[in-house]
Design a protein around this ligand. Sequence first.
Ligand SMILES: [Cu+2]
Length: 345
Amino acid sequence: MRNALFTLALTLLLVTPATAQWTSGRPDGHAPIGVMLDHVHEAGEFMLSYRYMYMRMDGMRDGTDEIEIDDVVDPNGYGFMVSPTDMSMQMHMFGLMFAPSDRLTLVGMLPLKVLSMDHLARNAAAFTTESSGLGDFSLAGMWLLDPVGDQRAHVSFVASFPTGSIDEEGVTPMSAGQDVQLPYAMQISSGTVDLTPGLTLLGQLGDWSWGGQALATFRMGENDAGYRLGHRYTTTGWGARRFNRWLSASLRLQWLETEAIEGADSRLNPMVVPTADPDLQGGSRWSAAFGLNTYVRGGAFKGLRLAGEWLLPVYQDLDGPQLETDWVIVVGAQYAGDTGLLGSG
Ligand SMILES: [Cu+2]
């Protein structure tokens, strides 16, 4: 037995090229662009990043079944006065990374959100509410664990601070021209300090690479409006292939679970519209995503990465009636370089 193990270990050692070592210097050296906190930097490096996310939600769902808007507002159905019909969520995410050492990378992130939701009332009146603004600023640290050959792993920890607004208002047909509090999904901030521990695994083998990540977001306490958003759990795994020095494609699966809201905003009436009911905001979702990564390796734009990812839900189980997600697009630009602050490597 010991002999067999020794032979196996020796074989693995011999078939693993001596140069096999994980490297970020390839297009798939960064994860698909929809994955945050996927990579660390080397001592002295910085990175500026910008991501644009567009999420399209259209139609209502209860559990795994699609339902009609008419049923939501039918007095003999769900009995709400108003139903959302569709929503678009846009986010501009600005990020700055800096690595004080090869082990530790620090990240600052600030989102700008633009939200729009269309509705249909029982009396057939259609209306739209909108909100926008700077969201919650977050600070993250990532700690690189000891690499194993061409595989590596890091742990991450994010603290998000409620710098955005939970007091977004709008005019609805029921508000008689007055500005009234908008439902939970139209708010820009969680209103609480949110903590997100995570673990990321990365591997490379020839022209192929893979990765996996698990994140959990916990909302601390209760916000000024008397509620907290549901905790969120995300697990994702992907495979990627590079075609040459500057282009790679990826396929990714993602599991997202959101718990119900705890407490309630007393400015909202949960009888009027499902989006105002704290018990109708949770659910889980499986999505598949296709992505492209590019990496400029020389010239005036050396260190620039452009990437895009298109995500499609393949399974949704929602605490409904609730808007279902149709698709999500994320595009991003990242520019990394050496600050020169910590010498040359
Ligand atoms: Cu970076």
